[in-house]
Design a protein. Structure first.
Length: 643
């Protein structure tokens, strides 16, 4: 027998069927250890012919896991939870791989999903050991581990491109199980019995982080790390880099920004091979107005590649597609759309399921439907990416968008993205067309979009009526709009509704409210690569970031208040030099007829940003006496956003 699948379960009727269906044709036998189910869990297990045994729960996950292993007959064991399921395509190659490998333990991908089951968003996937040869046992009452047993055996390790999709961290499951509270209690109890157990300390740190109890997380993480540093590095457990990674994250969340950067540098010095640490450090630099430095670190991530499985959890993509996505965002912050597009494309090429890259790719792509269909749509294979593609395609205004949406719906059914796409297409037809579609498809998302449309057109009564039916997001907008009338400076968050705002062209609403959004830095790139990006120039920003100063400079330029432009550019440069500043300064010099200064500024910009594709392109044309301003117009004409 080649493969046994082992599951421990209690009241898993909601997801067990999907799990067992994914194991058909992959596992020779499925062993289910029931720890006290009172729902239909065991009926479903019997329906699939599982080998079922009962086990009295004793607050020890390893004991339950090892009970399942006791009955397994396969040469290999696949451990899977009832709220997980195998990827439908990748599962087809599992048996062939196992017949050819000499590995003792095999790392696969665990991809957890967050949010609601009705609107999932994927967390970052990690590598975990879930397949191993029969004969090993788990240890640890919670966050049980098999890797130590495999490692001590001395056998080879391997990786397999098999994704276990995990639903256990969605809102519905967390509410049902009080999972983090249960885990925290078990870990705290175990540490009372064994206060020096570093592995369980590291797990309790994660539980505190999930509960956003940053103070407790910091106290434990800092204590654990300081205790480890008093010992010889040769005695450090293999998961020590994970402790450092979590510590710097906690420090950042607590506002200890300088300390987080110092700790990150220390960690990188000690664990230079841990790409995940490099990427987290780069994210700190990007938020610390050191984007150019972050680009260098992210390039190092790509040169280094993903962390090689070393009995430590690592994020898949940290050295490949996620690093590329971060580079795209970094170049967007620096104002180089050509470099940004390049890395969005790179990220997509390396992971076709990276849904976050789809919308900016469509918005930055040439105005050519055939190009998009052949190079992108034909490669989309899941609901999230196809839906995002249809949404961006419709919002960008392509004439055949209705056909693209229909294909997305035919392939995967209606999603929030396809509804946003339909409503975006109907926008030009006005309220009646939007209302009719919403009445035919009365999902919350459509009422939300309808309400935003009406609010933008200053029909407050009908707007509030529709928004009240648009779920918590619609009710949030009503409360915000009402508060803003009496408290103009009221703070709010725009992230949950930014895509709806873009789909309904809510320019007036955003101009009125966006300045007070506490998360504007998280969404401004989405606005920058959208048809309503002019919103960013219409707002009188405080200028606390380089991009805000640059937007103020652009507004002054458009209003022909030329004396204000250099002032804002100087302030922007004092915060962080960017490609945008170089181009604007070149424009100013060129418009004055000072071509020599323009070329000098361009040379300085290229020296500062030698990898900037936009500055290279600008340099090649400026030598032909083309003005920087005309170059920018030519480049913009290639983007569907500016059609």
């Amino acid at each position: 027998m080649l493969l046994s699948a082992c599951i421990i379960a209690k009241n898993e009727a909601l997801t067990l069927r999907k799990c067992l269906e994914s194991l058909q044709g992959v596992a020779d036998e499925i062993i289910v250890i029931d720890t006290g189910s009172t729902d239909q869990t065991m009926d479903i297990a019997r329906e699939f012919g599982c080998i079922i045994h009962e086990f009295e729960w004793c607050n020890d996950f390893s004991a339950a896991r090892n009970e399942s292993l006791r009955y397994a007959q396969g040469n290999f064991i696949l451990v899977i939870d009832a709220d997980e399921y195998l990827d439908s395509k990748e599962r087809l190659h599992v048996r062939e791989f196992l017949t050819q490998t000499d590995a003792e333990g095999i790392f696969v991908i665990s991809k957890s999903y967050l949010g609601s089951l009705t609107h999932l968003s994927s967390a970052v996937p990690i590598r975990v050991m879930r397949i191993f040869r029969r004969g090993h046992l788990y240890s640890g009452a919670i966050h049980e581990q098999i890797a130590d047993s495999v490692f001590h055996h001395g056998g080879a390790m391997a990786t397999l491109d098999l994704t276990l999709h995990h639903l256990g961290y969605t809102d519905e499951f967390l509410a049902r199980r009080s999972k983090t509270s249960r885990n925290t209690a078990l870990l705290e109890q175990e540490l009372k019995q064994d206060p020096t157990n570093v592995f369980q300390q590291s797990n309790l740190i994660v539980e505190y982080m999930m509960q956003r109890d940053w103070e407790k997380a910091y106290q434990l993480a800092n204590h654990t790390w300081q205790e480890l540093k008093r010992k010889s590095p040769t005695t450090w457990p293999n998961f020590t880099p994970r402790i450092v990674l979590n510590l710097i994250t906690i420090e950042w969340e607590l506002g200890k920004r300088d300390q987080a950067i110092h700790s990150a540098r220390e960690g990188i010095h000690l664990f230079p091979w841990y790409t995940d640490l490099l990427r987290r450090y780069a994210s700190f630099l990007m938020q610390h107005n050191k984007v150019a430095d972050a680009v260098k670190i992210l390039m190092r991530c790509r040169e280094q590649g993903d962390t090689t499985p070393n009995l430590i959890e690592s994020v898949e993509g940290s050295g490949t597609y996620l690093a590329s996505y971060d580079l795209a965002m970094a170049w967007a912050l620096l104002g180089d759309d050509l470099s940004s597009r390049r890395y969005f494309l790179q990220a997509f090429q390396e992971n076709k399921a990276l849904e976050a890259a789809i919308i900016p790719i469509v918005m930055l792509a040439p105005n050519d439907p055939t190009f998009l269909h052949e190079h992108f749509e034909s490669r989309l294979w899941d609901a999230h990416t196809y839906g995002n593609y249809a949404e961006a395609y419709a919002i960008a205004g392509f004439s055949d968008a209705d056909n693209v949406i229909s294909r997305a719906v035919a392939a995967f059914g209606e999603t929030e993205s396809t509804h946003r796409a339909r409503m975006a297409l109907l926008y030009s037809q006005g309220y009646e067309a939007l209302l009719q579609y919403t009445e035919n498809h009365p999902e919350e998302i459509n009422w939300l979009l309808l309400g935003i449309y009406e609010l933008e057109h200053v029909r407050v009564n009908t707007a509030y009526w529709a928004l009240q039916q648009g779920g918590f997001r619609g009710q949030y907008i009503v409360a915000l709009d009402q508060s803003q009338k009496t408290q103009p400076a009221v703070k709010w968050t725009v992230t949950p509704i930014i895509r709806e705002m873009i789909a309904m062209r809510a320019e007036q609403f955003l101009v009125s409210h966006l300045k007070n959004a506490t998360d504007i830095d998280n969404v401004w790139v989405q606005l920058k690569y959208s048809p309503i990006k002019q919103v960013l120039v219409q707002i009188n920003w405080t200028g606390h970031t380089a991009w805000q100063c640059e937007m103020n400079a652009l507004r002054a330029l458009q209003e022909k208040k030329m004396e204000k432009v250099p002032t804002w550019l100087k302030k922007a440069r004092s915060i962080q030099p960017t490609v945008t500043q170089t181009i604007m300064a070149c424009n100013l010099a060129w418009s004055r007829g000072d071509h020599q200064t323009a070329r000098k500024l361009l040379y300085e910009g290229k020296t500062m940003f030698p990898q900037s594709e936009m500055l290279k392109y600008l340099s090649s044309l400026i030598h032909n006496q083309t003005s920087p301003q005309q170059v920018m117009k030519n480049m913009k004409s290639k983007s569907p956003c500016d059609r």
